[in-house]
Structure formats: structure tokens, C-alpha cells
Write a protein that binds this ligand. Sequence first.
Ligand SMILES: NC(=O)c1ccc[n+]([C@@H]2O[C@H](COP(=O)([O-])OP(=O)(O)OC[C@H]3O[C@@H](n4cnc5c(N)ncnc54)[C@H](OP(=O)(O)O)[C@@H]3O)[C@@H](O)[C@H]2O)c1
Length: 269
Amino acid sequence: MVDKTTFTARYGSWGIVAGASQGIGAAYAEELASYGLNLVLVARRTELLQALATKLSERYKIETRIIALDLADPNAAEQIAETTKELEIGLLVYNAAFSAIGPFPERPLADHIKELNTNTFTPLKLIYLFAEKMLARGRGGMLLMSSLSAFQGSAYISTYAATKAFNIVLAEGLWEEWRERGVDVLVCVSGAVRTPNYVASEPEQTGGLGDMTMTPDQVVEEALNALGKGPYVIPGRMNRISSFIMRHLLPRKATVKFMGRILRGMYVK
Ligand SMILES: NC(=O)c1ccc[n+]([C@@H]2O[C@H](COP(=O)([O-])OP(=O)(O)OC[C@H]3O[C@@H](n4cnc5c(N)ncnc54)[C@H](OP(=O)(O)O)[C@@H]3O)[C@@H](O)[C@H]2O)c1
């Protein structure tokens, strides 16, 4: 369990949630607000951000700022760093992602590049821009969202899965570099979550695995509980078991084919 009473002492008084307007990001914002963390909420849709900021300020008596921008923009990270330079940012949660679902060449190249920008380039720059001050203070945290699809090649979401693999490997390396310097790094490797975006992607079947989807609140609770305890967390017992089998018991080729079968069933109409 997260110790809500010591959270702000551990991380500082301000946090950023990038990709906060709905789904898992909004759930991170609500949970962090309940710990008393002041929040900078980032996403594209101003109205959703404003409504969330107002709700959290009133309910939890915290300060909030909103930054409405496109995280695929090459200058997004610098804009966030510039807008927040007066604040002591102690926690960075990078939740936003773009996923171009479908047979690889049927999606325009621009979509694949947008996945790289949103899912790797901008979080890397944000981590870089906020790391120095956190390390100098000797306290802070970075939390990245990844996906079980990133543990192996994943057909029909190949670029997305590759960007999420980048996040796992980056977070693990930084965890090891910074764990004795007071800055916690965690990557949350999530299975399917019933977010507006997931539901809108209209997944059809899950390859006979049944419904293993989780709610945003469940994912956020497990992720924040794991912060400071190790480099990664897989929320959900069934996700941990299936991922263990796929990573450690099956040959990699079989895992790639199995994932392909699931994703074909979900997304190839
Ligand atoms: N849902 C799942 O099944 C699942 C499974 C595994 C991992 N994950 C990971 O969990 C994270 C959240 O997933 P989700 O399903 O909650 O995603 P989502 O519904 O698409 O929400 C993502 C949030 O990020 C914002 N966002 C997306 N693209 C943005 C951009 N270019 N610029 C600024 N803000 C942007 C969205 O707000 P705006 O639209 O207002 O900008 C929204 O607030 C992602 O990193 C995803 O890879 C999700």
C-alpha cells in the first residue's frame, strides 16, 4: 500500500501526468491528487483537462495547472519544461500513447512516426529535462506506461509494441542508474485496460483467453504501490501468470505466433 501521508515528502509537492484527460491518466491524476500532490495535467483536449483540474482541486484541495498540447509535437517536452520551470516537479507520469492498429503498410508512414514521437521521443526528452533537478535534490520519481505487447513482437501493432519495448528497457536502465540517488523509476507493463481508447479500438475476441481486462483504477493502484520497489510492475495476477509463461516457458517464436493469433482475432476484421 502507498503511504499517502509520506508521498509528498518522498517525491515533492508537484507532479506531472502527461496524457491525463481520460482513462488511465485521469485515474493516475485522481489517485495522486488524493495523496495531496499538486498536479500539472497534460493532454490535447482543454475542456476535459479543465473539468478534471476543477474536480481535483475542489475534492482534494490541491493546486492544478493544465497544459493543452500535442505530445507528438517535437517541441512538446521543452514547452512543458518551460511552462513548469517555477514548480518543483517531483514526479513525472508519462501515460499518453498513440497506437496505429492494423496491417503494417496499410497505415500511413506518418502514423508510425507519430507512434515514435508520442511514445518514445517525447517521454525520453521529458525524462532528460526533469532528471537533472530531481537527481540534484536527491528525490523524485518517473513512471512510464508500457504494454504486455512489448515483451515480444506483436503483429498488427508492431511499431506500437516496439515503442513500448523502448520504454521498458529505458526505465530498467535508469532505475539501476538512479536507485541509490533518490529517484525512483518504474515502468508499468499493462495488459488490456477498459479505457475509452481501448473500447473505441473495438477489439473483437481475445484469442480464447476470456476477459482479462482491468479497470484504470486497478492498474493505477498496482503501479503506484510498486513505485520505489523495483523497476517494473505487471498489474493483474492473470497478466503476471500469462506473461511468465510466454516469456519463460514458451519458445520466443511460439510466443510471437500466439500473440499474432490473439491480435489477428482482435483487430483483423
Ligand atoms: N488501454 C489499454 O488496454 C492499455 C494496455 C496496455 C498499455 N496501455 C498504455 O496505457 C497508457 C494509457 O492508455 P489509455 O488506453 O488510457 O490511452 P488513451 O485512452 O488514449 O488516453 C491516453 C491519454 O493520453 C492523451 N494523449 C494521447 N495522445 C496524446 C497526444 N498526442 N498529446 C497529448 N495527449 C495525448 C489523451 O488525451 P487527449 O486525447 O485529450 O490528448 C488521454 O488523456 C498508454 O501508454 C498505453 O500504451 C494501455
